[in-house]
Design a protein around this ligand. Sequence first.
Ligand SMILES: [Zn+2]
Length: 112
Amino acid sequence: MTLPGRELCCKDACSNSIPQNLAAERLCLDHFLDEAFRRTEESLERCRAGQAIDSKRLEWLLADALTIVNGLDNQPGERTQDQQDRMLELLLILANLHEHVAAGSMRVMRPA
Ligand SMILES: [Zn+2]
């Protein structure tokens, strides 16, 4: 049993602890950022290829952005400059993605 709040990242060979706002993801900040970048890049590629993005996926990406925004004020001393830069970069990419959707240049597929 691990103590609440001191759980370790679920990735193999990673022993970083999980920040409180990422408890549901069971990932440390570095691995969360890796995953979030990958999901966002995939969605942007679909957009460039003229494919629709499904609304669930879009919500998921938005949730990533919120997690990051909430995390920005949280324990700033525990993050490296590199992590801080990656968080801001991801936010910019996500903002871009949402602009595509808002401008109608990205089709959103709604589950029936
Ligand atoms: Zn990790």
